[in-house]
Design a protein around this ligand. Structure first.
Ligand code: UT7
Length: 325
């Protein structure tokens, strides 16, 4: 049986120039480098410059991904941009990226699933490709969380950073087996009852302000380890695979302890988990493509390997995307 698979043709990433260390944060709030590293694994984060917007970060990552794929903007039919920090309430930040790329074809829109946004966006783009409606899609995760942080709240402001990552997906024929290259499956979940554990206390329809991020971190932590282990098992079972078959897990980079806890629950050696949270902190929808791009660029992820991406975030939302690179 012949099927259409969304094959990864290229990837790229962008981090703003300005680096903020834990020691710098310790001058703003009552925290320490020791506490942050021990509880989260984070050493530093990147912060967007004054006037540098989510669309700027997204554009740079998208341009890098297109370059890596050897393609031009007009080779792309669709842009799906995952973000919880759009430039403006509307239009979609994806359309700004489309304009900056001078892309005259296709269509562009945003997806909002906070930290799971990139996995959701991959799933959306994959379905457009599998249906035959588009041939190639640019899938971007980009955030400027520094703009929605309460810099007086030490329980949240130390955890997040700004950044962007992107991939180019291309429809190619596969045999319909797990040996095919490209996305093998995506699984998405949400449970709106957990709104109060992780949300932003503002928005156009409620307070007419942008608001600040609020989180009950330890409750989110407990849900994250359980949901992420479940969603990994779900992806493996759906494809008739076991944890041993996985070459790499590319998780949402929120906290090193969550990544270690999930790997332990699955009996997966930590050497097969891509960890980049130490140098860019939690970049929400950007974290999976940032980690993916780093591991591809440094030669860890190679063609033909089995890669499982997973994420969990506000909503709650969570999900996985299993791919053969
Ligand atoms: O990406 C979306 C998903 N988000 C996440 O996955 C985040 C999940 N949660 C976490 O990563 C962790 O829960 C945190 C890193 C947020 C917190 O770690 P924790 O081990 O759960 O700590 P805690 O919240 O239980 O706080 C322990 C102590 C508290 O002091 P007391 O009450 O024991 O005296 C906090 O006030 O640590 C204190 N604390 C801090 N101390 C120094 C909280 N934040 C800080 C800080 N510096 N920045």
């Amino acid at each position: 049986m012949t099927v259409i698979r969304s094959v990864f043709r290229g990837c790229g990433a962008y981090l703003p120039e300005r680096v903020m260390t834990n020691d710098e944060l310790a001058k703003i709030v009552d925290t320490s480098d020791d506490w942050i590293q021990e509880r989260t694994g984070i050493k530093q984060r990147h912060i967007a410059a004054e006037g540098e917007m989510t669309s700027d970060l997204a554009f740079n990552a998208a341009a890098a991904a297109l370059d890596n794929a050897g393609l031009e903007p007009d080779d792309i039919d669709l842009i799906v941009l995952a973000t919880a920090t759009p430039d403006e309430t509307f239009p979609a930040t994806a359309t700004r990226v489309q304009a900056r790329l001078e892309m005259r074809n296709g269509f562009a829109f945003d997806v909002q699933a906070v930290c799971s946004g990139f996995v959701y966006a991959l799933s959306v783009a994959d379905n457009f490709i599998k249906s035959g409606q588009v041939g190639r899609a640019l899938v971007i995760g980009a955030e400027t969380f520094s703009r929605i942080l309460d810099w007086n709240d030490r329980t949240t402001c130390v955890l997040f950073g700004d950044g962007a990552g992107a991939v180019v997906l291309e429809g190619q024929e596969g045999k319909g087996t797990s040996d095919d290259r490209g996305l093998l499956s995506t699984h998405l979940h949400s449970d709106g009852r957990h709104h109060d554990l992780l949300y932003v206390d503002g928005g156009p329809s409620s307070t007419r302000t942008t608001g600040y991020l609020r989180m009950e971190g330890n409750k989110v932590f407990r849900h994250a380890v359980v949901n992420l282990a479940d969603v990994v098992r779900e992806a493996l079972e759906a494809n008739g695979l076991t944890p041993d078959d996985l070459d790499w897990i590319v998780p949402h980079q929120a906290n090193k302890r969550i990544l270690d806890g999930t790997a332990r629950k699955l009996n997966l050696p930590s050497e097969r988990v891509i960890i980049t949270v130490d140098h860019h902190a939690n970049t929400s929808a950007a974290s999976v493509p940032l980690a993916l791009t780093e591991a591809v660029d440094d030669g860890r992820i190679t063609r033909g390997q089995l890669v499982l991406m997973e994420a969990m975030g506000g909503g709650f939302t969570w999900g996985s995307a299993l791919a053969r690179w």
